[in-house]
Write a protein that binds this ligand. Structure first.
Ligand code: NDP
Length: 452
C-alpha cells in the first residue's frame, strides 16, 4: 500500500500528459490528472487539429479552377466561415470526448481544475484540495506571447483565430515562423487579404534556405503580401479597424492583426520555484535527458520544457518517462532526426540537416530538383516543387531531406524512416521509382547539383 494518494499526478491534459497518464496507469500505477481547460491541450483544442482542418478548407479554393481544367463543370463557390466553424468545433468536441473516455477507460482520475505544485510530493487544486503523489509530471504546455510593445493587446493570437465570429477581410500577420506562415496561407486560401510582416531576411528561419525560399516565393505567387525585413512600429485602434505604422515608414489599416511571434512555456504560478525546480531564461522547466527536474520526484515533458515543440515529441517524452519511472527501464528521449512538416501552401517536409548546417560539419553533395508537377501544370498553375537530399561525401549517408510539394508531410514521414535507419544515397538509388509520382525524384537524382 502506497503512502501517497497517487503514484503519479499529471498536471496538464495535452498530448504528452494524457499519454503518460494512460501508459503509467496501464502498469498498475494509481494516476490522477488535472486539466484547467479542455482535455486535449494545444494540439487538439487550439493547434494542430483545428489548424489542419482549416488547411483542408483553404485548399478548396484552387481546386475549383483545377477541376474545370480537368473537364468538370464546376463554379467557384463562396466559403461560409460559420458553417465550417460549427463543424470544426463539433469535431473538436468529439475528439475531446474521446480523450476523456480514454483516460476514464484507463482508470485515470480526472480533476477538472488548475493544479499547482505545493511540495516535492504535493499538488494543490484550485479549490484548495491537496493530493500527495510519489511522482509529479508537469505537462502544462505553452501559450502564444504578444510582443512587448504598446497596444499589442489589440492583436489576436493563434488561440483566438478558431473562435472569430467572422473572418476579417484584411489581416496583418506578424512573424515568420511555423504559425505565422501557416495562417498566412490558410487565410489567403479562405479569401482573406493577407499581409505578413517578418523582421528577418527570409521566413522559416533555421530551415533549408532553398526550401524556405521556394515556400516564400510560392506564397507570394498565391497572393500573400509578404514583407521581409519589416515589423510593426506602432499600432492603434481607429475607426474602421487597426491602424499600423511599419518600420519602413508606410501606414495601413487592417481589420485584425495577428501576432505569431513565438510561444512561452506555461510555468507561471505553478509553484515550481518554491519547491526548488529550476526554470530557464525562457520560463522553461529545466530537465535532464530523462525529463527529470532537479527535484527527483518531479518530471516535466512537452512544450513546457521548450525542447522541441511538437506533439509527437511530447508523446515520446511521456512514453520515455513511463518507461524510466514505472517500468524500471531508464530511457532517454531521442531528439535526433525528427521529421516535421510545415503546412504552408505549398507544404514543406523536412528531416535532418539543412544544406547550410551540414556544410558547416563536413563536405557534402547536394542532389536537388525543382519542377512543375503534372497535376497543377496540366491545370495551368505555375506551382513548383522541390526535392532535395543533402549527402555526406565521406559516408554517403543522407544527412537531410527537404521537400516542398503537395503532401510533403506525408512524404517526409516515409523518407524519415530511411534516414533514421542511416540510409545512404546509393540505397535511395537502389529503390525502384514509383511512377508517375512527385516523390519518385527522391530515388532518381543521379548527379549532384553541387558540392560544398
Ligand atoms: P516560432 O518561434 O517558430 O516563430 C516566431 C516568429 O516570430 C519568428 O519568425 C520570430 O522572428 C518572430 N518574432 C519573435 N518576436 C518578435 C517580435 N517581437 N516582433 C516581430 N517578430 C517576432 O514560433 P511559432 O509561434 O510560429 O511556433 C511555435 C512552435 O510551435 C514552433 O517552433 C513549432 O515547434 C510549433 N509548431 C509546429 C507546427 C508544425 O509542426 N506544423 C505548427 C505550428 C507550431 P525571428 O526568426 O527573427 O526570431
Amino acid at each position: 500500500m502506497s503512502d501517497f494518494d497517487y503514484d503519479l499526478f499529471v498536471i496538464g491534459g495535452g498530448s504528452g500528459g494524457v499519454r503518460a497518464a494512460r501508459v503509467a496507469s496501464a502498469t498498475g500505477a494509481k494516476v490522477g490528472l488535472a486539466e484547467e481547460f479542455r482535455m486535449g491541450g494545444t494540439c487538439v483544442i487550439r493547434g494542430c487539429v483545428p489548424k489542419k482542418l482549416m488547411v483542408f478548407a483553404s485548399e478548396y479554393q484552387e481546386m475549383f479552377a483545377d477541376a474545370r481544367a480537368h473537364g468538370w463543370d464546376v463554379k467557384d463557390g463562396a466559403f461560409d466561415w460559420s458553417v465550417f466553424q460549427g463543424r470544426m468545433h463539433a469535431e473538436l468536441d468529439r475528439l475531446e470526448a474521446i480523450y476523456r473516455k480514454m483516460l476514464a477507460g484507463s482508470d485515470v482520475t480526472i480533476h477538472d481544475s488548475r493544479a499547482t505544485v505545493s511540495g516535492p510530493h504535493d499538488v494543490t487544486l484550485a479549490d484548495g484540495k491537496t493530493f500527495s503523489a510519489k511522482h509529479i509530471l508537469v505537462a502544462t504546455g505553452g501559450r502564444p506571447v504578444l510582443p512587448d510593445m504598446k497596444n499589442a493587446d489589440l492583436g489576436i493570437t493563434s488561440n483566438d483565430i478558431f473562435n472569430l465570429p467572422e473572418l476579417p477581410k484584411k489581416i496583418l500577420i506578424v512573424g515568420g515562423g511555423y504559425i505565422a506562415s501557416e495562417f498566412a496561407c490558410i487565410l489567403n486560401g479562405l479569401g482573406v487579404e493577407v499581409t505578413q510582416f517578418y523582421r528577418g531576411a527570409q521566413i522559416l528561419r533555421g530551415f533549408d534556405d532553398e526550401a524556405r525560399g521556394l515556400v516564400s516565393e510560392m506564397m507570394i505567387e498565391k497572393g500573400v503580401g509578404l514583407h521581409l525585413g519589416t515589423n510593426i512600429l506602432e499600432l492603434e485602434k481607429r475607426d474602421g479597424g487597426i491602424w499600423v505604422k511599419c518600420t519602413n515608414g508606410s501606414e495601413a489599416m487592417f481589420d485584425q492583426v495577428m501576432f505569431a511571434t513565438g510561444r512561452t512555456p506555461n510555468t507561471d504560478g505553478l509553484g515550481l520555484d518554491a519547491v526548488g525546480v529550476d526554470t530557464g531564461r525562457r520560463n522553461e522547466v529545466i530537465v535532464d535527458d530523462y525529463s527529470q527536474t532537479k527535484v527527483p520526484s518531479i518530471y516535466a515533458i512537452g512544450d513546457v520544457t521548450n525542447r522541441v515543440q511538437l506533439t509527437p515529441v511530447a508523446i515520446r517524452e511521456g512514453m520515455a518517462f513511463v518507461e524510466t519511472v514505472f517500468k524500471g527501464n531508464p530511457t532517454k528521449v531521442d531528439h535526433d532526426l525528427i521529421p516535421s512538416a510545415i503546412f504552408t501552401q505549398p507544404e514543406m517536409g523536412t528531416v535532418g540537416l539543412s544544406e547550410e548546417d551540414a556544410r558547416e560539419k563536413e563536405p557534402i553533395e547536394i542532389y536537388a530538383t525543382s519542377f512543375r508537377p503534372m497535376q497543377t501544370s496540366f491545370a495551368g498553375r505555375p506551382d513548383r516543387v522541390l526535392m532535395k537530399l543533402v549527402v555526406s561525401q565521406a559516408t554517403r549517408k543522407v544527412l537531410g531531406c527537404h521537400i516542398v510539394s503537395p503532401h510533403a508531410g506525408e512524404m517526409i514521414q516515409l523518407a524519415g524512416i530511411a534516414i533514421k535507419m542511416g540510409a545512404n544515397k546509393e540505397q535511395f538509388d537502389q529503390t525502384c521509382a514509383v511512377h508517375p509520382t512527385i516523390s519518385e525524384e527522391l530515388v532518381t537524382m543521379r548527379d549532384p547539383v553541387r558540392t560544398a
